[in-house]
Design a protein around this ligand. Structure first.
Ligand code: GLY
Length: 316
């Protein structure tokens, strides 16, 4: 049977999901911190390791990981140096979620280098979960964040070049979201996610990365998940929430990511023409990743050692 025919039968997926663990069987991993981060952002894992080495909390480690990526001017994916929207404006999305189910989020934020820290402040210091645009900027400035020009020479040049033909690109063509899931020495899981979003997007576009349940979701009693890729499609399927719910049902992290992607494959009759990737961690410290197409590099840190891994796309 050809792959396309296989999907047409409605039997979605390449392998049966492994429902190996009943929820009650899963023991919490303690004392052995674990980090999984989307793509190849070694500075992210290195910054998180520093926090964990001092027995820091998973939320502090996750924030530090995203901050390291945001601060890197050469990185066009998040923070300063992100590729701008079609009007040449850098607009940033980010969120955090901790092991107590608290969360904070910021969207369409301009001129602030560290949206992940603004999201953290929203979580820690306000009664709200999400601030956007001018309100988010006003809040950030009130908390001491400095107004900064985020359009670097490189990102401006890339935008000028794009302007000549204005060819629409997908997030996969242009950028990689940084999302990280971390379990600390106490076994507590937190996550954070930061991005400049879809390069040359419409002004005002917001993706999945600041949306709790789409770009990131944590349930400390089950695990956590985060997404990268075409945010619009992650939003439609509440992707990260779905991955965590599948783990709650007993799927291991890889099978949960696969099943969440298989539902998208199924809704596109076996042939989605975009990329989505998930990372996941379960409370026993097992991590996994999966993607729709091509390959998905990601970084896993265990016992302080970081390794670059890659998974092949389910449709590759
Ligand atoms: N996944 C990032 C975005 O679509 O903005």
């Amino acid at each position: 049977m050809k792959r396309r025919d296989f999907f047409k039968t409605g039997l979605v997926g390449f392998s049966l999901p492994s429902l190996t663990k009943a929820k009650s069987d899963v023991k919490r991993n303690k004392k052995k911190p674990v980090i999984i981060t989307t793509h190849n952002f070694p500075k992210a894992n290195a910054a998180a390791v520093k926090v964990l080495n001092k027995y820091g909390a998973s939320m502090d480690a996750a924030e530090a990981a995203c901050m390291a990526v945001e601060a890197d001017e050469k990185n066009s994916n998040a923070g300063i140096g992100s590729l701008p929207d079609e009007d040449g404006r850098v607009t940033l999305d980010s969120c955090v979620m901790d092991s107590n189910g608290n969360c904070g989020s910021v969207a369409f934020l301009q001129n602030i280098v560290h949206p992940v820290s603004v999201a953290r402040k929203i979580m820690d210091d306000t009664k709200h979960v999400m601030l956007v645009g001018k309100g988010a900027k006003k809040f950030a400035v009130s908390k001491g964040f400095r107004h900064t020009n985020l359009l670097t020479k490189d990102s401006r040049n890339a935008w000028m070049k794009w302007q000549k033909n204005r060819v629409e690109m997908t997030p996969h063509d242009t950028h990689d979201t940084c999302a990280t899931l971390i379990q600390d020495h106490n076994g507590n899981i937190s996550g954070a996610c930061t991005t400049g979003g879809w390069a040359y997007k419409m002004h005002g576009r917001v993706g999945d990365s600041p949306l709790i349940g789409s770009g990131l979701f944590i349930d400390n009693n089950v695990g956590g998940a985060a997404a990268t890729g075409l945010g619009e499609e992650v939003i439609k399927s509440s992707g990260s929430f779905l991955v965590v719910e599948l783990m709650r049902q007993g799927y291991d992290p890889v099978s949960a990511c696969n099943e969440a992607l298989n539902r998208i494959i199924s809704s596109y009759n076996g042939n989605p023409d975009f990329q989505i990737c998930y990372i996941a961690i379960s409370k026993d410290g097992e991590v996994g990743a999966a993607c729709l197409k091509w390959a998905f590099p990601h970084l896993i840190t265990k016992s302080g050692i970081t390794k670059l891994k890659s998974v092949k796309g389910l449709l590759s």
